[in-house]
Write a protein that binds this ligand. Structure first.
Ligand code: CA
Length: 247
């Protein structure tokens, strides 16, 4: 397996509130771990929320007794929810903060994904790109109810409003997905700073180019900035079968 994580402040924002984390080593009951978190709220709140999400997921994994990656990821995100909410209630500077989380782990040709918010996980190959996660956003709900087209959603003034976030309410539903992987598949975790700047087909093109995972991750970030870089950008490119191919 090969993977590379990168975040970039973009061209318009004063702070980077996105956080990208990866481990190719075992963490608790997981073989490896990939997380993108996009924080929001307050002057310092957003950056605090995304960092705290990753840190509390990691500390929960270290003590988790569950087996099964779906349950482990879901419990860890729920634990992050409690930690962030507690911090925001204790300290006025962080009131109302929250974060998206998309987290994934890979084992035995199976990718397990958990998400809250509108950060996404895609799987792409030479033939196409699939968004595995479902956005918890106002425009996604409007598209699903039929009151908005995909195209209108892309340019909608309220496309940044999310309907679910980590750290905002006591109860939290975490969505889980399981995807069987095949040789040649490329996995992308990213924040909306990438997906608001690039069409899916443009993402697929870069993701499946020749070159290392680092080169392709950097090119995705560079392209988002060339298109305006209106928001922070977080990208993780992961290639599950790369070792086998290189042998
Ligand atoms: Ca964002």
């Amino acid at each position: 397996m090969n993977a590379y994580a990168i975040t970039d402040i973009g061209r318009k924002r004063m702070m980077n509130q996105d956080y990208a984390y990866l481990s190719l080593e075992k963490i608790g009951g997981l073989e490896n771990l990939f997380i993108v978190a996009d924080g929001m709220g307050g002057h310092r709140g957003g950056g605090m929320a995304s960092r705290l999400a990753v840190e509390s997921i990691l500390s929960e994994l270290a003590v988790a007794r569950e087996t099964g990656p779906e349950r482990i990821l879901t419990d860890a995100i729920r634990s992050a929810n409690r930690v962030i909410l507690q911090k925001s209630l204790e300290d006025d500077r962080f009131a109302g903060m929250g974060t998206t989380v998309v987290a994934a782990t890979y084992r035995d040709e199976k990718l397990v994904v958990a998400n809250v918010g509108d950060s996404r996980l895609y799987v792409a190959d030479q033939n196409g790109i699939r968004q595995i996660t479902r956005d918890h956003s106002l425009v996604e709900e409007m598209v699903r109810s039929g009151s908005l087209s995909r195209e209108q959603a892309r340019n909608h003034p309220e496309r940044n409003i999310i309907t679910r976030a980590v750290g905002v309410e006591r109860a939290l539903n975490v969505d889980c997905f399981c995807v069987r992987m095949k040789p040649g598949d490329q996995v992308l975790l990213c924040s909306d700073g990438l997906t608001n700047m690039l069409e899916d087909e443009e993402i697929r093109g870069i993701l499946t180019e020749k070159g290392s995972v680092e080169e392709r991750a950097r090119k995705l970030v560079r392209t988002a900035n060339e298109h305006g870089g209106r928001d922070n950008i977080a990208v993780i490119v992961m290639e599950p079968f790369s070792d086998e191919v290189n042998l």
